[in-house]
Design a protein around this ligand. Structure first.
Ligand code: DQA
Length: 149
């Protein structure tokens, strides 16, 4: 396999990172998250693109478009995690290995956040490490690639 292509897809309200409930989500902005991932991807010889959307349909379109052009998806579906069967079905349809990430530990919070409808069609879920949740997901992809090389 050549260069590994990774799409980082951020769901609704994550554009407000840095100012949105900082006690829960931290003070790092989305631009800083993407920058950090971009730096690591470059170091690790990966090609990284990112997209944030507040719209379910746009996220689904992005997953459809990723088919054939992306090897891995790092996905924070945000609130869609808990109820979007449409995003779950899109993930199942495109069959791109996906890692679900959450900044907060969804299991420590409200009951409705403890259930993910998307995680069952993902390779795995990383939750509760703040921005490092994304970094750990990228690291997991790197480890997988090293094993497969
Ligand atoms: C989140 C957790 C979700 O429950 C919430 O709706 C979000 C962010 C997280 O990254 O911790 O918007 O996905």
């Amino acid at each position: 396999m050549g260069v590994v292509r990774v799409l980082v897809l951020h769901g609704p309200n994550l554009n407000l990172l840095g100012t949105r409930e900082p006690d829960v989500y931290g003070r790092t902005t989305l631009a800083e998250v993407n920058e950090r991932l971009q730096e690591l991807a470059q170091q690790w010889g990966m090609e990284l693109t990112h997209l944030q959307s507040n719209h379910e349909g746009q996220m689904i379109d992005a997953l459809h478009e990723a088919r054939g052009t992306v090897d891995w998806v790092i996905l924070n579906p945000a609130a869609f995690t808990h109820y979007s069967y449409a995003i779950r079905d899109a993930l199942a349809a495109v069959e791109i290995p996906t890692i679900e990430v959450h900044l907060s530990n969804v299991h420590q919070r409200e009951e409705f956040r403890t259930h993910s409808v998307t995680a069952p069609v993902c390779v795995g879920q990383i939750t509760g490490f703040g921005v490092e949740s994304y970094v750990l997901a990228l690291e997991a992809i790197r480890l997988r690639m090293a094993l497969e090389a």
